[in-house]
Design a protein around this ligand. Sequence first.
Ligand SMILES: Cc1ncc(COP(=O)(O)O)c(C=O)c1O
Length: 441
Amino acid sequence: MSRERPNDLGAFWLPFTPNRDFKARPRILAGAEGLYFRDADGRALLDACSGLWCVNAGHGRKSIAEAIARSAHELDFAPPFQFAHPGAFELATRIAALAPDGLEHVFFVNSGSEAADAALKIARAYWQKKGEGGRFRLVGRDKAYHGVTFGGISVGGLANNRKFYGPLLPGTDDHLPLPYDRATMAFTRGEPEQGANIADALDGLVALHGAETIAAVIVEPMAGSAGVFAAPKDYLKRLRAACDRHGILLIFDEVITGFGRMGFGFAAERYGVVPDMITFAKGVTNGAVPMGGVIVRDAIHAAFMDGPAHAIELFHGHTYSAHPLACAAGLATLDLYRDEDLFARARTLEPLFEAAVHDLKSATRVIDIRNIGLAAGIDIEPDPKAPGRRGYEAMRLAFAEADMVIRVSGDTIALAPALVATQSDILRMVDGVRAVLARLT
Ligand SMILES: Cc1ncc(COP(=O)(O)O)c(C=O)c1O
C-alpha cells in the first residue's frame, strides 16, 4: 500500500541512536557552514566534533561542493572493476604522498568499517601469498573501535558492539590492553609519560599462540570513539618493534587520526612510526561523500602482483570503490588542506585547545580529561544506577540549551573541533560543556 507520509519519523531507523527518545524529541539538522549547523528554525549550533570526526576543513566548503557537482555532470559513475577513471589514480597518488615512505598503494572502499575489513583481509591474504597461511590471527585492542562489520567488531573491543552478534570472526579472540590506567593517568595533558611497556603484551600472545599464527595487529594511534585515549610516549614505537620481532604486520586505523586531526597527514608521521597498512575514511572527503581506503606498503602490494596477467590479484572491492564523486570531493579536500595549511594550523591550535579543555577539570562531575591533537575526551562521573545516562543527557542538553552538537560515548564527551576553528570557537565549546555539566542531575 502506498501512502505519502512526508513528516512521519517512523520509517527511518537511526543508527547508534535511542530511536524512541529521538523521535519524541528529534534533533534535526538542516544546514551547515563553517563550524556551525543550522536547525530547521535557523538556530545556529556549534559543531564540537567536526560532524562525526570528519568535517576537518569546516562545513560548506564551496570548492568541494563544486568539484562534486562537476563530477556528477561529467562522470556520474564508472565501474571500478576492470575499469577506472582519472580521479581515482590522482587521488590515490596524493594520499600515498601524505603517507610515510614505503606505503605507496591505495585500495579504495566507502567507509571506515570497510577500510578495516579490507586491511584485515589483505593481511590474511598476504600471508597466504607468502606461503605462511598459518598466520591467520588478527589482534585488536580492548576498547578499540574499527567500525561495525564482523571483522571490525571482532578486532574491536567495545562490548556493546560485539555481544549481540553471536560468534565473531574466528582467530580474533585476543586483544591487547588499552594503554590507559585512570589511577595513574587521569588528567594527563597529551601523551601519558608512562605506559609504553604495555605494548609488550604482544609478546604474551606470541608465547601463547606462536608468532607463526599471528597475521596482524590493528590499533588506533589515538583511540577516538572509545573516548580519546592518546598513545603513551613511545608506545607505538614499542608496538612496532614487537611486531618486527615476530614478523607480524602492524595496521594503523587512522580513520579518525588521518587528515590533520593529529596535526599531520597521518598520525604515523607525528609518532615517527611506519605501519604496514593505514586505514582512512572520514576526513579524506571532509565528510562530503562517503569514502574510505587502505594504504598498503609496497612489499605487501608486490606479493599480490604475481600469477597469470589475466588473473585478478585480490578478490575484493565494492560497486562504489573509488566513486567519481568521492574522488572529486577527496581531491578538492586535499587541495584545501594544502592551500590553507590546515595540518599546521591544527598543531598551532593544539596547545590552546589543550589548555581550554583542561580548564574543565573544575567543572561539575568531571573525573578525567584526556587530549591529543585536536581531540579531547571528558569523562563524567557515571550515575551508578544508570551508566551512560549522564552522557546522553549532556548531549541532549547541549543541543536543546547550549546550541551545540556534541559527541558522547557512554559518559564521555568527545570534543574535536574542525581544524579551521578559532580561539573563540574553542572557548565557546568549552564554556558550553561547562554549562551543560552544571545542569546534569
Ligand atoms: C578508528 C575508526 N575505525 C573505523 C571507523 C568506522 O568508520 P565508518 O563509520 O565510516 O564505518 C571509525 C568510525 O568512527 C573509527 O573511528
